[in-house]
Ligand binder design. Structure first.
Ligand code: F6R
Length: 611
């Protein structure tokens, strides 16, 4: 959700913090602020709206200092006004705090602090942290001890950064249930909510765990638990190339990430396949052959786009590994007392690895005795660290709020898993596994074919940008693709779009069909091709306009649909990886035509770390 960056070193802190916040703006963007320790005072600047408002004001009137914290906000408590923007300060403006998460007991803490004379000026939960720090510091003046004391008094989730006007040599950080990393530099150190913020400066990272605090100076980092005991933490090396977190000439991160998909597929497959021996190697998930054979039920649990990848995964796993699969929204799974036992495998899927509902569902599943594996993008994220085995998708940093390349990589990971399970459960013969592996490896060039010919999709987008409602139809393994296509359109263009299994249309949604509602119908070659053609005819009979996604060479489709987006042929099970690409591009170009802020659509945040 919110983005945090902190710096301590020799350089201009505000420049480094603002550039880090720019790379984190996908996390939240309704207001922003910065606090720098400058000549014995906290210089604070905050602005409503996008970060550019803040950076513009700093450009005109810079703040000089080498220690500071900054924040981009996604409002939870209090409207996105300048008063509610972080950093928040105590009543003497000695201490400044940035916070991501929710302090659940802030109301009672606020009452107590008010009774002790502390004055509140914002509607946020975060402000209590600044006053708590001040309260604790009044006891013995030690900053780290004050932070431990303050954090022991709060309930809820937090990632925080703290600076003090008289201590330009110290930057404090702490976390519980909200992500925070420490970046290690040479004569400088950093804190951030996410890796891309500090990638240009360092790739040496310490992942802070729950209820740990970090004391940073420019030359040193020490980690403690809330009792003050020192903790030794490993330093991890991030492989992501900083260029991956730049737009590199594309108009938007989303477009760049759509175009990265062929390479992402190659990275996800990596060295995990052995075509000759018809094997898939996924040791990292930590399941023995015996355990895989013994699985009775699989639950796939995720949110949003990751959930739709799970819906495709159900088809793949049931078809190739003949195991019963339920797909659940994490926000539902965690509260519905799922029937989980030691023969249940739970697969959680998450790009960020920080989604609060998915994390809670994973904890619930573990509590109930299930083995839990994760399909995750961000290395060292909370979900990656808590699962029994993490299957990294290697999609690189995904900055566009609307997920594209991570979705693709999730599908590839699910396919690898399905082939592996099918082989181990002795349901797929070697020649079939070899064929699937070959087809999988052939996907990047097929997607490149689509990306080399986007003019037809752009042209369709130009003609359909003004409609207010869209219906998406798909069947079988491409029903989830229809749902993902509709989600992409609605989240970045704000057009109402819904998806149905095509065979379900006549049970209700057909009432909506008229000339004002374009219908995107996935009609690629498949076992149910004839059926979807019938569904398309039902639409046409009611004067609906059909935009079909069809297989290259299918000339007949033009007699049923007004417009066609062609995609190369592939195995039906792999078609979701191909079909989603024109749907991503359609959503993208419609949103651009409508003037939406594609990378940072309204009300959304990339990493949903609150429930
Ligand atoms: C949609 C989108 C969201 C995320 C969802 C889960 O484009 O990006 O629906 O898929 O918030 O996020 P992760 O995968 O980080 O758990």
């Amino acid at each position: 959700m919110c983005g945090i960056v902190g710096y301590i070193g020799k350089e201009d802190a505000s420049e480094i913090i603002i550039s880090g916040l720019q790379r984190l703006e996908y996390r939240g963007y309704d207001s922003a602020g910065i606090a720098i320790v400058s000549n014995g005072v906290i210089e604070r600047r905050r602005s409503e709206g996008k970060l550019i408002n803040l950076s513009g004001s700093l450009h005109v009137d810079p703040i000089i200092g080498h220690t500071g914290i900054g924040h981009t906000r996604w409002a939870t408590h209090g409207r996105p006004t300048e008063f509610n923007a972080h950093p928040h300060v105590d009543n003497t403006s000695s201490i400044a705090v940035v916070h991501n998460g929710i302090i659940e007991n802030y109301m009672s803490l606020k009452e107590d602090l008010k009774a002790d004379g502390y004055k509140f000026v914002s509607q946020t939960d975060t402000e209590v942290l600044a006053h708590l720090m001040a309260d604790e510091m009044s006891k013995d003046g030690d900053m780290a001890a004050a932070m431990r004391g303050a954090l022991k008094r709060v309930e809820g989730a937090y990632a925080i950064g703290v600076v003090h006007k008289d201590r330009p040599d110290v930057l404090l950080a702490g976390r519980k249930d909200s992500p925070l990393i420490i970046g290690l530099g040479d004569g400088e150190n950093f804190i951030a909510s996410d890796v891309p913020a500090i990638l240009p400066y360092t790739r040496s990272i310490i992942y802070l765990d729950d209820e740990e605090i970090a004391v940073l100076t420019k030359d040193n980092v020490e980690i403690f638990n809330l009792d003050g005991d020192r903790i030794e933490k490993p330093v991890e090396h991030i492989e992501w190339n900083p260029v991956l977190a730049e737009k590199s000439g594309y108009d938007h991160f989303m477009l760049k990430e759509i175009f990265e998909q062929p390479q992402v597929i190659r990275n996800t497959i990596g060295g995990r396949t052995d075509e000759e021996n018809a094997q898939i190697y996924l040791e990292e998930i930590g399941l023995t052959d015996g355990e895989i054979k013994n699985i009775e039920t699989i639950y796939i649990v995720a949110c949003g786009t990751a959930y739709y990848s799970g819906c495709v995964g159900k088809y793949l796993l049931e078809k190739l590994a003949r195991v019963h699969v339920d797909v659940d929204l994490a926000s539902e799974f965690r509260y519905r007392e799922p029937m989980v036992n030691e023969r249940t495998l739970v697969i959680v899927i998450s790009q960020s690895g920080e989604t609060a509902d998915t994390l809670a569902a994973l904890r619930e599943a573990k509590k109930r005795g299930a083995k839990v594996i994760g399909i995750v993008n961000v290395k060292g994220s909370s979900i990656a660290r808590e699962v029994d085995g993490a299957l990294y998708i290697h999609a690189g940093p995904e900055i566009g709020v609307a997920s594209t390349k991570a979705y693709m990589a999730m599908l590839i990971a699910l396919m690898l898993l399905s082939i592996q399970f099918g082989r181990i459960r002795e349901l797929i013969e070697a020649p079939e596994a070899r064929r699937l592996i070959r087809k999988l490896k052939g996907l990047p060039s097929k997607i490149e074919e689509i990306l080399d010919n986007i003019e037809a999709i752009k042209d369709i987008a130009d003609r359909y940008s003004e409609f207010r409602d869209f219906l998406y139809l798909g069947r079988g393994v491409n029903f989830p693709t229809a749902m993902e296509g509709a989600l992409k359109l609605k989240e970045i263009s704000y057009i109402h779009a819904e998806a149905y299994a095509a065979g379900e249309m006549k049970h209700g949604p057909i009432a909506l069909i008229d000339r004002r509602m374009p219908v995107v119908a996935i009609a690629t070659r498949s076992a149910t091709y004839e059926k979807i053609i019938s569904n398309i005819q039902e639409v046409i009979a009611r004067e609906g306009m059909v935009i079909a996604v069809a297989t290259t060479g299918d000339v007949n489709i033009t007699s049923y649909s007004k417009d066609v987006m062609y995609v190369p042929d592939t195995d039906e099970l792999l078609s979701p990886m191909i079909v989603v690409v024109p749907l991503q591009l359609l959503a993208y170009y419609v949103a651009v035509n409508r003037g939406s802020d594609v990378d940072q659509p309204r009300n959304l945040a990339k990493s949903v770390t609150v429930e």
